[in-house]
Design a protein around this ligand. Structure first.
Ligand code: SAM
Length: 476
């Protein structure tokens, strides 16, 4: 638990990046739990990127920021109001104990001004500092714009609609910058500079979010049963876990598929998941990856994992398949060593139920399964998400991919052992079955509608139309 400095809880501002908004709360809740942080909200967290919280000491928010990729940074809040003169009054009345340790002659400083949703040029921002004039604050140290000891921070918040900016900000915040979040990991782990990537490699930001949802901590054992190029293993290893994976596709696992980068003609001979981990100095965390079908798990029953973090195939850019045949297999003993088994379609309803059953069996109690699931948005119903009596769905965040399709990041926690709970029932959820067919039919339908609209706009008949109907404008 983070230290309790006094019985007065201090107030901090969490400043979030304004993307993947639906993932914020889930990430913060997971981190509070894994890092054992005491934190309370001053107001109910909202969709906007500024949350005021209270914690017993600065150490707590530093811990949080040392893991969160949703956070841009944390500010010790000195004043906050929807009215600028109240903000100045609050600052003038501020207890000197709050600012004195930081406003010292030997400490350099910088005042940073931000205007959320209202882009201003540098001279306009400088003007703002002069107009607002925080000169009543006893700032005595030298200015250092590049690397100050103390960064004071002033934010004007103009709402979430850049095309509808109010004349005056909705909120003003002033405080001392404490620390940055982990946004820099997006560059560090960017796919652009990664040695081995494929068509479905997961981007760095979401991979880190998933590791945080998995409550990964040093010494954990983390598996991705649909490992592909191993993107989800990277942040898990970065947070100290030992990582391993399986994939049904020999070619992807051995980096023998066609390169995904347009300018790359052939793959380098040393591309591999292990090489990716080496690239980031994380090779010590790598256990192994194996060609295996996740529907036929190869693990002994005592095998226990702290987290399963995965992104199963959606059937759009790669097939959903498992080992099997609809015929009675007939191979001789001699053929067995070189026999490549045939594969059959692996429906999403089966795939997710197998995954949940596997998690219920092989996760430690309290361990987490973090998985994406593709969804046709109009068919989504929270009640229909895959279920298992030993697993509790603790988070469910939507990433919108188009008007019709999204994927949801589901986080389950193992709450009881399979011996204490019934085996998972197979869900026949309409949004899970035949996702691929529905996706392509739906896209085809929407293409049809778009085409008809286009032809109707230009007043022509759509000769490709399935129904060969005359566009409405020509009807009249
Ligand atoms: C969405 S991709 C995962 C991408 C991965 N997260 C990455 O960053 O490269 C899904 C992967 O599941 C694999 N797969 C499909 N069916 C499988 C099965 N039955 N068992 C194991 N892996 C399977 C595919 O070969 C593919 O590599």
């Amino acid at each position: 638990m983070c230290a309790i400095a006094s019985n007065i809880w201090q107030r901090y501002l969490l400043w979030f990046a304004h993307d993947l908004v639906d993932f914020r709360m889930a990430e913060i809740k997971s981190l509070i739990s894994v890092l054992d942080i005491n934190m309370r909200w001053v107001e109910e967290p909202a969709d906007h990127p500024f949350w005021i919280v209270e914690v017993p000491s600065e150490e707590c928010v530093k811990k949080l920021a040392s893991r969160s990729i949703s956070l841009r940074g944390v500010i010790e809040l000195w004043a906050h109001s929807n009215n600028i003169s109240t903000l100045h009054q609050q600052l003038k009345a501020l207890n000197p104990n709050v600012y004195q340790p930081y406003l010292q002659p030997h400490l350099s400083f910088k005042v940073e001004v931000e205007t959320f949703s209202n882009h201003l040029s540098l001279p306009e921002l400088v003007d703002k500092i002069e107009v607002q004039s925080f000169s009543y604050l006893p700032i005595v140290g030298p200015v250092n714009l590049k690397n100050p000891d103390v960064k004071l921070w002033f934010m004007e918040y103009y709402g979430l609609e850049p095309n509808n900016i109010p004349e005056l900000p909705y909120q003003y915040y002033f405080g001392r910058w404490i620390t940055d979040g982990q946004r820099h990991l997006m560059k560090k782990f960017s796919l652009k500079t990664r040695k081995f990537i494929g068509n479905t490699s997961m981007d760095a930001q979401i991979s880190v979010l998933m590791a945080n949802q998995g409550k990964v901590k040093p010494g954990d054992l983390v598996l991705d049963p649909f490992v592909g190029t191993g993107s989800l293993l990277v942040p898990a290893a970065h947070f100290g876990a030992y990582v391993l994976g399986t994939d049904i596709d020999y070619l992807i696992l051995h980096a023998k598929t066609r390169p995904s980068r347009i300018q790359q003609k052939v793959r380098a001979s040393d591309e591999s998941i292990q090489a990716n981990l080496r690239q980031y100095g994380l090779e010590n965390q790598y256990i192994d990856v194996v060609v295996a079908d996740s529907s036929l798990p190869l693990w002994v029953k005592e095998f226990e994992l702290d987290a399963i973090i995965t992104d199963p195939p959606y059937g759009i850019r790669e097939p959903t398949e498992r080992v099997g045949t609809h015929k009675v297999p007939q191979i001789t003993e001699q053929q067995a060593p070189t026999h490549i088994p045939s594969k059959i379609d692996y429906g999403h309803d089966h795939l997710y139920q197998d995954l949940l059953n596997f998690a219920a069996k092989h996760l430690k109690l309290g361990g987490r399964l973090v998985t994406f699931i593709p969804i046709l948005r109009e068919l989504y119903n929270e009640e229909n998400m895959p279920k298992h009596p030993c697993l509790e769905l603790v988070a469910n965040s939507e990433q919108v991919l188009s008007a019709y399709v999204c994927r949801r990041l589901l986080t389950y926690e193992k709450v009881s052992r399979p011996s204490d709970c019934m085996a998972g029932e197979r869900t026949f959820d309409p949004s899970l079955e035949n996702f691929r067919d529905k996706y392509f039919n739906h896209c085809e339908d929407s293409r049809q509608v778009r085409r008809q609209k286009h032809y109707s706009n230009i007043g022509l008949r759509d000769s490709n139309s399935k129904t060969d109907r005359i566009a409405p404008e020509s009807d009249t």
